[in-house]
Design a protein around this ligand. Sequence first.
Ligand SMILES: C[S@@+](CC[C@H](N)C(=O)[O-])C[C@H]1O[C@@H](n2cnc3c(N)ncnc32)[C@H](O)[C@@H]1O
Ligand SMILES: [Zn+2]
Length: 299
Amino acid sequence: LPAPANDRPLTPEPLRALAARLRCPNCGRPLAAGDRSLACEAGHTFDVARQGHVSLLPPGGRRARGDSGAMVAARAAFLGAGHFGPIADAVAAVAAGALRDEAGREPVIGDAGAGTGHYLAAALRGVAGARGIALDASAPALRQAARAHPRIAAVACDVWQGLPLRDAAADLVLNVFAPRHGTELARVLAPGGALVVVTPGPGHLAELVGALGLLGVDPDKDARLHARLAPAFASRARPHRRVRDGARTRGRPRPGRDGPERPPSRPRALHGRVGRLAEPVRVTASVTVETFAAVRPAR
Ligand SMILES: C[S@@+](CC[C@H](N)C(=O)[O-])C[C@H]1O[C@@H](n2cnc3c(N)ncnc32)[C@H](O)[C@@H]1O
Ligand SMILES: [Zn+2]
């Protein structure tokens, strides 16, 4: 038997406030918030999860592979220790700059591939009244994102199957070390809105890349980023801001668990190399924070 309705969680305030910016993944109609769910006019209903997020994944099809609980926990610990603090500060500063004319209008910031909501929360702290929509395929990540800031609504989606946002729903969209679908990002941005993309720069985590035999940053990465976002976006300034700072890991990194990298394809060999690292491991963080403007509506 289904659980009685009053056993299910109430729709959190941020999801209520932002429901009208979301769209139904089944039919594309706008959503409205009910007591314990979001629903469209056609009657498609999406229950709020116990931890406060809602899934707007399209029906059927393959499930996107979001980060596992272990990966999310490792990332939360790494980010929570402040190792990438300067990157969060840079994102917050760029977001505040991009939204400085929106003061008093409660601008909406989307974060495509938000993970734990770390960077979205940093951006929201810098823009009074702004609200955030954390978008990710990973339920463990969204549980964290829903708690990362009181003005975050956490929504499950697969960015490759379309963002569950209405056209022009966001004044700013963040995309930090995460997959990006150019035309969808352009579609959901309001006219004059900006996309802020954070990508690894040359030398990012170079000490680990060298010692562990990981894949380094592709030198053509900037060009590929621009090609992928064109023609929907034009870079406003290139690069907008670059951060370079020492980050110190606590003890040895555990492959695939600590830090921002994906699990290795050959974990055995990598574990051996990690064991030979001298502690603490001091690494360079080098990223590009770049702002793009949508040059024309995608449709
Ligand atoms: C490297 S993490 C970055 C997370 C966060 N932006 C940060 O920097 O801490 C990439 C994120 O993208 C999410 N992701 C991967 N594929 C996705 C997809 N198809 N749709 C939505 N999210 C996806 C993962 O679950 C993960 O949270
Ligand atoms: Zn619908």
